[in-house]
Write a protein that binds this ligand. Structure first.
Ligand SMILES: Nc1nc2c(ncn2[C@@H]2O[C@H](COP(=O)(O)OP(=O)(O)OP(=O)(O)O)[C@@H](O)[C@H]2O)c(=O)[nH]1
Length: 876
């Protein structure tokens, strides 16, 4: 039940605190600034409300990320494709060049081979010719025979030559073929080179160079013997690769420049956010540990501080602030209080950091837990529902203790909350059913309930308090589990209950809603286990956790003054573990835990998160809903409690003096309003709350009822002194005045009224209120006199000689002079005389002289009516 800051919540949704504040405003959730603490109820409300938005945002982010990723991938792909295309282009060009070169070389070779063959043929023919000529010259008789032999040789040579030519031609064709198929040749090069044609022809110098180049390239360096074409091809390849790479890089850079800019901005924004968050965290941690946040250059400013107070806190001349306010268009004087926004604006303008502390924040604690320290805790449940729908019976069935039948005395101990175990798990129930307590606690900032069990009688359906309960639970953002009760009754109609509840947004899960429903009969003990299991299911959804290994904190559920045991308070721990002997502060009370009792009155030594426990040992009686916190040092606890009491007293005193522009007119009008001041003392806080609730509902337009002080405990002498000083009545519930108080009341004439039942007190107060109503004014005629004559009286003017005909006219009556039924004068008498004597009154049947104040125009025959304004008490 730790609170969550607006900034944390905003972070969770990935939005700015400002955006979150605007959402909160829309949802009518009170939050002043980024560091305002929010109740869990509000937090869950916000989470619920903003969940779709969060989801949408996540989607958006994911889509953006995906788009970015896709763009990046596309860029990469494009870059790779461009590189590949460039590489392929270079490769192809190189292949084309190589093929061209090969072809050219093959042609050259063929041409040279043909020339060589031609030259050799020429040579041979020339040698043959010479030989023939020589043989011819020296030939014997057998020459013809020899000649035919030569001819035969020549023929054979001719055949050989033809064969050679054919062979050369075939080789040429082969080469040409090989040149046009470089890949194939490379692939099967070895075989080809080993082939018969290759064996015949010695490798050409070009071929050797090419093979050299191949080897050298392979070894990563180039030699002077590298041929021109391969050099050209290589540099072309390099040039192309460089150019393509450069282009690709440029386009990648161009494409990513925009997103880099965005990334940079986002990074800066995140950095600023992180710094802000770190600072807020530091402030909150410091506050949580009661450290001085001024070390962080942050000034704590109480909410509603005046211009002068703010100046004082910031240690600057007030005129500086007044000037800034003027420029901001909100001129205020030194003693006027400032809104949170104004305080923050002005401080910001001054380059200062402030933390506006709400009263709640001043009195509440903020704790930080490492998520690793959090352990599951039991859910805390409040049972609500319409009167007589079976709240008590349900709780009773759950606890099997017979509370409903034995409320008057069946239970040994009643500490305000109880725990049940089911399937080895615990559930804590707040004992006081009904939304009044729930809301009263919530109004004090105490968030004790995790789950509401709404009991609806199946025979009665949705009733006014059912709706109220739903509204209260919803306002607090607490999930509702519906227990449809009394299903044992013949006229039970659980489906109708489900149907009716849908109208109020409570929709069963099986109908697509969010609420779990269980049919039960508290009386017949049916469905109770299922209800408990459902509560646990709901609790699982909530993932309730707390850190048990720290100093305890939580809320006061109920507190009272016990005759024998002193101040007794039921606490619900929501964090840490409470031990006997711990020093703690609860509201304005402090003390050491002298003893701790569990739900059945058994002594316990410690209480962990979600455990209710009754403690003894506090200095005074805290109020229900007060937050409590354990301190390491009792002195710190006492100091805090005392400073809180002092502050409360000062505030009480200052209350009447506070005038702001907003309440100025009210206060002026209030001068007409009567006040009935009360000092209320009671045995339990609940009675005080019930009374103030009832008083709040009375018509206070004419008589304002102020409870100037209320507390649990006997009526003391100080109460009487306070009542005397403030003209108040003392009301006591279940308490009596101490002897000294009684004596003081008698001495100071202070009324003390003691009651046992609340409605009687309310009746009396209402009677007193009516008694104090401004009486109505009524005119009462006193007498009538007829003007018979007029006289001139020296120094007075005209006086009328009259005869009183009706009643009795007195000197201090108001008079009306009428002529022919028309009022010509309405005012006071200047004189009333009989003969020469001034008289107090004149009765009917007597003559008298009447002078009117500042009026001379009196005629015989006029009537003078005497009248009085009397105040008549009202009966409402
Ligand atoms: N038939 C039947 N009667 C029930 C059941 N549960 C409660 N009742 C009766 O309903 C009446 C009201 O029950 P309570 O438990 O006092 O109801 P409640 O809501 O606590 O009432 P308040 O405290 O007055 O608001 C009692 O007479 C119970 O006996 C049930 O399951 N079946």
């Amino acid at each position: 039940m730790a609170k969550t800051r607006v900034s944390e919540l905003a972070k969770e949704f990935g939005i700015t605190s400002k955006e979150m504040l605007s959402h909160l405003k829309d949802m009518k959730i009170p939050a002043k600034s980024a560091s305002s603490a929010l109740e869990d109820a509000y937090v869950s409300m916000v989470r619920k409300k903003l969940a779709p938005q969060l989801k949408a945002r996540e989607e958006e982010l994911r889509a953006a990320q995906e788009a970015e990723e896709a763009a990046r991938r596309a860029e990469e792909e494009a870059r790779r494709a461009a590189e590949e295309a460039a590489r392929r282009e270079v490769e192809e060009r190189r292949q084309r060049e190589r093929a061209e070169e090969e072809r050219r070389r093959a042609e050259e070779e063929a041409r040279r081979a043909a020339e060589e063959a031609k030259a050799a043929e020429e040579e041979r023919r020339r040698a043959e010719e010479a030989e023939r000529n020589r043989v011819k010259d020296t030939a014997p008789k057998s020459m013809p025979k020899f000649t035919s032999l030569l001819e035969q040789i020549a023929q054979q040579e001719e055949v050989l030559k033809q064969k050679k030519e054919e062979e050369a031609k075939r080789r040429e064709e082969d080469k040409a073929k090989r040149a046009s198929r470089p890949q194939e040749r490379r692939g099967g090069g070895r075989q080809d080179r080993r082939g018969p044609a290759a064996m015949d022809v010695a490798p050409s110098p070009e071929k050797a160079a090419a093979s050299n180049r191949h080897n050298k390239r392979h070894h990563g360096h180039e030699g002077p013997d590298e041929d021109r074409y391969s050099r050209m091809a290589r540099s072309a390849e390099e040039y192309n690769r460089e150019r393509v790479l450069e282009d690709a890089r440029a386009s990648v850079e161009e494409a990513s420049r925009e997103s880099t800019g965005r990334r940079k901005k986002r990074k800066e924004h995140r950095k600023a956010q992180a710094a802000q968050a770190a600072k807020e965290q530091a402030i909150q941690e410091a506050l949580a540990n009661d450290q001085d946040i001024s070390k962080l250059d942050v000034v704590k400013v109480p909410q509603g501080a005046t211009v002068a107070e703010l100046a004082d806190l910031l240690d600057i001349p007030a005129s500086d602030i007044v000037k800034r306010l003027f420029l901001l268009g909100t001129p205020l004087t030194m003693t006027q209080s400032m809104s949170d926004e104004l305080i923050e604006l002005v401080a910001d303008d001054l380059g200062r950091e402030v933390k506006v502390m709400t009263k709640e924040e001043e009195n509440s604690f903020t704790f930080y837990d490492d998520p690793a320290d959090l352990l599951p805790r039991a859910p805390v449940v409040t049972v609500m529902g319409h009167v007589d729908h079976g709240k008590t019976s349900t709780l009773d069935a759950i606890r099997h203790t017979g509370v409903a039948e034995g409320e008057a005395g069946g239970i040994t101990q009643h500490i305000g909350a109880s725990q049940v175990k089911i399937n080895g798990r615990t559930i804590t129930f707040v004992d006081t059913p009904g939304h009044e307590t729930f809301t009263a606690m919530r109004a004090r900032g105490a968030k004790v309930t995790d789950i509401v069990v709404l009991v609806v009688a199946a025979d009665d359906g949705v009733m006014p308090q059912t709706i109220e309960s739903i509204n209260h639970a919803k306002a607090a953002g607490v999930p509702i589990v519906v227990a449809v009760n009394k299903i044992d009754r013949d006229d039970a109609n659980p489906d109708r209950v489900r149907q009716e509840l849908t109208e109020y947004g409570v929709i069963p899960e099986e109908w697509g809603g969010e609420n779990m429903f269980v049919n039960i009969s508290a009386k017949k003990n049916m469905g109770i286990d299922e209800l408990l299991e459902t509560i646990l299911l709901q609790a699982d959804v909530l993932e309730l956790k707390a850190n048990p290994n720290t100093f305890a904190s939580g809320y006061v559920l109920e507190a009272k003054l016990d005759r024998g045991r002193g101040s007794v308070a039921t606490l619900l721990v929501n964090r840490g573990t409470l031990h006997v002997g711990d020093a703690l502060v609860a509201g304005m009370s402090y003390g050491r835990v002298r003893a701790m009792l569990g739900q059945n009155g058994q002594p316990v030594t410690e209480a962990g998160p979600s455990d209710p426990v009754e403690i003894l040992g506090l200095s005074s009686v805290p109020a229900a809903g007060d937050e409590f916190r354990v301190f390491q040092d009792e002195r710190d606890a006492r100091d805090l409690a005392e400073s809180r009491s002092l502050k409360a007293r000062i505030e009480e005193q200052n209350k009447v003096k506070h005038v702001t522009l907003e309440n100025l007119f009210d206060t002026m009008e209030d001068a007409e309003v009567k006040e009935l001041n009360l000092v209320v003392k009671a045995d339990v806080q609940g009675s005080i709350e019930a009374l103030s609730d009832a008083l709040g509902k009375m018509d206070q337009s004419e008589v304002r009822i102020n409870i100037i002080h209320s507390a649990v405990g006997a009526i003391s002498e100080t109460d009487v002194i306070l009542a005397d000083a403030s003209n108040a009545i003392i009301i006591g519930f279940g308490v009596r005045p101490e002897a000294k108080a009684r004596a003081a009341a008698e001495r100071d004439n202070v009324q003390i009224k003691c009651y046992q039942v609340i409605y009687k007190a309310i009746e009396d107060i209402d009677a007193a209120r009516v008694g104090m109503l401004k009486p109505t004014e009524e005119e009462v005629q006193t007498g009538v006199a007829e003007v018979r004559d007029t006289f001139k009286v020296p120094k007075v003017g005209i006086a009328a000689g009259c005869m009183v005909t009706e009643g009795e006219i007195s000197r201090d009556d108001s008079v009306r002079l009428t002529r022919n039924g028309i009022v010509v004068f309405d005012g006071k008498m200047a004189s009333l005389r009989r003969y020469k004597d001034d008289v107090k009154s004149v009765k009917a049947g007597y003559e008298c002289g009447i002078g009117l104040e500042n009026y001379q125009d009196i005629h015989p025959g006029d009537l003078i009516e005497g009248y009085k304004i009397v105040q008549v008490a009202r009966t409402e």
